[in-house]
Design a protein around this ligand. Sequence first.
Ligand code: G16
Ligand code: MG
Length: 222
Amino acid sequence: MLKGLIFDLDGVITDSAVYHLKAWQDLAKEIGIDLPESFGDKLRGLSRMDSLEIILEYGHKENDYTQEEKEALAAKKNDAYIKAVQKMTKADILPKMADLLHEAKAQGLKLALASASKNAPLILHQLELEDLFDARVDPATLKHGKPDPEIYIRAQELLGLEKNEVISFEDAPAGVKSIKAAGQFAVGIGDPVVLKGADYIVGSTSALDLAEIERVFKKAGN
Ligand code: G16
Ligand code: MG
């Protein structure tokens, strides 16, 4: 029986990916790497340091920096990113998402956040959504990033639920892999080809319908 919903943040609740990409592009430019817009999709769901690594590899500069220098680069990107996030308001919540969260709450479902972002508390505050969530995984406490199942297993445990009692929402292939490796029902938001491992897929949050998702979840034997 369905008892809880688990959400990724970036790309599911709000489109912070555009701000991540802009901050990475500015940083990359400073060190001589020209990051195309299409790189944004590669960064989805990856931790800050994993994002920096793939950017340096893309620019053939992965061996040019010490760990300390890499941390300084990541911190610089984060400072720029936080400035952008501080301008976010509840108008930045993706279409239908606020309705879905409130509908779920009204049904008595528990809600958890499974975001790789260390800035998730600040973003939830800006979006005025922090009070809706019963639990939030602190990514600083995780050993592995997505696609490892750790973050979705932790979110489910924080809610005190079993894997067949939750539905998890993701926009990134790494995130869908993480949900499926955790043995949970995955709702993918985005391109069906890219998110093909998910149990139910919508093109965008505008197409989300909680009653329909619950119907498919039950039909799948949950
Ligand atoms: C998000 C983004 C990633 C970002 C990560 C870490 O993950 O999709 O691009 O690198 O958070 O963010 P921060 O640098 O703020 O800690 P998610 O899991 O919310 O999609
Ligand atoms: Mg995401």
